[in-house]
Ligand binder design. Structure first.
Ligand code: XIL
Length: 377
């Protein structure tokens, strides 16, 4: 999907809705679910897990839509902005950053007593670094720009953010190597090191996460190997990284072979053996390859989720589970990976009419089945 370098443009009405919305959300939720349908955040909390979602500050935000707002407030203990803390929204001048949209999300989280994750200080992926940003970084000097930017962003939110995706997607899945960007051209591996050290300096209380989309699916072998090498190097060079964020944008039809599960286990075992904690940061299920029929599709999606989450939640090191949105209607996958038959994707726990789907039940079941752990909460 094409990033919006200017950041989201909000109408005056949306801005007002964003501000006012946070104050009324708490009053609505109880009417929306049948009795006994326990909020996901409560099911998760009993196991030492924080449950939450990404939200946006634009038209599709829970602040602009009270029905959605009520569901987010009821289900979630933690929020993360989908785009609003990225450089393409915040801007290129560390001294004049556009914090408005992210601040509206932070206010909504505060008003509803939710925690806040930060995403992301360095998205080291050329596709998301505009030519104008690259130019600014070159002109300023990569290290100087990066340190100034992280100081401002991490400093602005301070201890409101308990966990930061410090570096995002820096491994090229095709080669397993660190991506070539304006930052790594100038600094090599040190670009990543500087980002983590600056995060430690300016947000010392926050968990520091390396976040990426290597997954259990066939075709991810090189990506997984590259991420393991990176995590090893972080340890060898004493880079202050606490956890691996596993995005978990899943797909296919759930027919995972024993071999795949074994390989994924090997990967997770090696990551945790190095002392990293784990979190699921962007869970959703791309249903492009699944049938048209909605009942069949929802059943497959739920089956993939249950099987994946059972394997993941077995790790006591995993203490956060965030979806990339709760509402199909606004999933990024409709733009990023549209279905060939033109039907909308159904990747998230709530359907277009805001009704809970089998996917929500699968998440609830997996949480019920998970062992208790000592989480970050
Ligand atoms: C996506 C957003 O959902 C889109 O709205 C935006 O246009 C592009 O970025 N991995 C990540 C997220 O780390 O930041 C991405 O979010 C999805 C993939």
């Amino acid at each position: 999907m094409k990033p919006n370098w200017q950041g989201p443009m909000l109408t005056r009405r949306q801005q007002l809705a964003g501000v006012a919305g946070g104050l009324i959300m708490g009053a609505l939720p109880s009417t929306l679910h049948a009795a006994g349908d326990e909020p996901l955040k409560d099911l998760a909390a009993r196991k030492g897990i924080l449950f939450g979602t990404a939200i946006s500050a634009g038209q599709s935000s829970p602040m602009a839509d009270p029905g959605y707002g009520a569901i987010v407030a009821r289900e979630c203990a933690v929020l993360v902005p989908e785009n609003e803390m990225k450089v393409y929204v915040l801007g290129h001048d560390p001294q004049a950053l556009n914090f408005g949209p992210a601040d509206r999300i932070a206010a909504f989280a505060r008003d509803n007593r939710m925690k806040l994750r930060g995403h992301t200080l360095l998205w080291n992926y050329g596709k998301y670094i505009s030519p104008a940003l690259a130019e600014t970084v070159r002109a300023t000097g990569a290290e100087k720009w990066l340190r100034a930017y992280i100081a401002q962003v991490a400093g602005h939110f301070g201890d409101r953010i308990y966990s930061w995706d410090v570096v995002n997607e820096t491994i090229d899945p095709k080669t397993g190597e660190i991506r070539d960007t304006v930052f790594t051209q100038a600094l090599g591996f040190d670009a990543l090191k500087i980002a983590f050290e600056a995060a430690q300096e300016h947000a010392p209380h926050a968990q520091r996460v390396y976040n990426d989309y290597m997954s259990w699916e066939v075709g991810n072998e090189t990506h997984r190997a590259g991420v393991l090498r990176l995590l090893e190097r972080f340890r060898k060079e004493n880079v202050p990284v606490d956890a691996l964020g596993i995005q978990s944008h899943l797909g296919n039809d759930g027919s995972h072979s024993k071999l795949q599960r074994a390989e994924w286990k090997q990967f997770l075992d090696r990551v945790t053996a190095m002392g990293y904690r784990l979190l699921i940061t962007e869970f959703d299920i791309n249903d492009r390859e699944m049938p048209r029929d909605i009942a069949q599709r929802d059943a497959q999606t739920a089956a993939v989720a249950k099987s994946y989450l059972d394997q993941m939640l077995a790790y006591p090191q995993l203490d956060q589970l965030l979806c990339w949105g709760l509402w199909d209607k606004h999933s990024w996958l409709n733009g990023f990976a549209p279905r060939a038959d033109g039907l909308p994707q159904r990747p998230l726990p709530y359907d277009d009419a805001l009704k809970p789907k089998p996917l929500r039940a699968a998440i609830a079941d997996a949480l019920r089945a998970a062992p208790v752990r000592k989480g970050i909460a």
